[in-house]
Design a protein around this ligand. Structure first.
Ligand SMILES: [Zn+2]
Length: 374
């Protein structure tokens, strides 16, 4: 993610913070300072740091559950709106998706329960918590926000964890793409509901119903711009999830061979650079595969780099080529994507089982192919 910085590596997972997260800290420090001087500012910032520690632990909950199914998590990024654990691939079965989705909120349940026990099991909804000292007050606030994190994440709407649980439950009865569509529609319905609450608040008649009344304590009366923002986030996120799921099904059976170009120019590694430069002059191919005499890849070279190279420094094309991984023509798009990400090369040589280059595949070609599936 752009504008994010690595702060630690825990259990092989890169922990990153987004630059805007620091703005959030600064804002809390500033408003704390306005309210009660340096002591209050320190306390505000400390509280936000503790809150985000809870968010981080939540994301580690997802990551460790995914690891149990052999799915790696390269990084976790902390944003002002929460955390994002980037899983290397999607879970295969609904049960896996369900366990991974529920593992995050469960971490917050455990934290909240631990704090509740440590505080001597106080009443949660009354306003008469006997605050002993600042530490107890802080612990109680932390207990409350962990409760809110659970409630918020378990809203049964994509892209929230609750929405993933819903989709996993649906996917136990129907195909994954259909489950995604249904879950996305339900999510958008919920988003509209949230938007209405955000605009008009919760009417007093609803507040007087016992269970709903308790839930409605989470929302203030009257309009709530924050809720409107969440509703918009849910609505668009759900749309994206549905589109992504549809695309995944459409490309499920597709292989690199479906998206590669097979008419392309290659250079032999021992070809004199000057000759390759002359040939590239008349040819507009943006990137060339460089091979040995048996058509096995030595690397790739960009046309731009080739035209600007100096034959005195690198007498042959092979010396200019950079090594890249090859991808099998029967590999899935997902595998090709992963190789491109790992190598940082948007174009890869596609090889037959004998290791000979028979095509070139690029990110653009794959994306184009995904937009117009068979
Ligand atoms: Zn989560």
């Amino acid at each position: 993610m752009k504008w994010s910085y690595s702060i630690a590596k825990i259990a092989g997972i890169d922990v990153r913070v987004h630059a805007t997260f620091l703005l959030l800290l600064a804002w809390y420090g500033y408003s704390g300072y306005q309210a009660g001087g340096a002591a209050e500012a320190t306390l505000s910032v400390f509280f936000i740091l503790l809150l985000f520690l809870c968010v981080l632990l939540h994301e580690f909950g997802h990551a460790f559950a995914a690891r149990a199914y052999g799915i790696r998590t390269p990084d976790i990024t902390l944003l002002p709106i929460g955390g994002v654990a980037r899983l290397e691939r999607m879970p295969e079965s609904p049960v896996q998706e369900l366990v991974i989705a529920i593992a995050g909120p469960m971490v917050n349940v455990v934290i909240a329960a631990g704090l509740w026990l440590a505080l001597g099991m106080p009443a949660l909804f009354g306003r008469h918590f006997p605050f002993g000292n600042e530490t107890r007050q802080l612990a109680f606030s932390l207990l409350q926000v962990n409760g809110m994190l659970v409630a918020f994440n378990l809203i049964p709407a994509l892209p929230m964890d609750g929405g993933r649980v819903l989709r996993a439950l649906l996917a136990m009865r129907m195909a994954h793409a259909a489950a995604s569509r249904v879950a996305a529609r339900i999510s958008q319905g919920i988003a509209v509901g949230l938007a209405l609450i955000g605009l008009f608040g919760i009417p007093d008649e609803v507040r007087s119903i016992p269970v709903l009344g308790t839930i409605s304590l989470l929302f203030n009366s009257g309009s709530n711009p924050f809720l409107l923002f969440i509703a918009m986030f849910v609505f668009m996120g759900a749309q994206q999830e549905a589109a992504f799921a549809g695309m995944r099904t459409a490309v499920a059976g597709m292989r690199v061979a479906d998206a590669m170009v097979t008419r392309f120019q290659t250079f032999l590694a021992d070809m004199p650079l000057a000759q390759a430069m002359r040939e590239a002059q008349d040819d507009l191919q943006p990137v060339y595969a460089v091979t040995d005499a048996h058509l096995r890849t030595v690397g790739m070279v960009l046309r731009n780099e080739l035209l600007q190279a100096h034959p005195e420094a690198t007498p042959t094309v092979g010396e200019l080529a950079r090594a890249v991984p090859t991808v099998r023509t029967d590999a899935t798009f997902e595998e090709a994507f992963r190789l491109m990400q790992q190598s940082g090369s948007p174009v890869l040589p596609a090889v037959n089982p004998g290791g000979q280059v028979i095509g070139l595949v690029s990110l653009n070609l794959i994306q184009e192919r995904m937009r117009k599936p068979r």
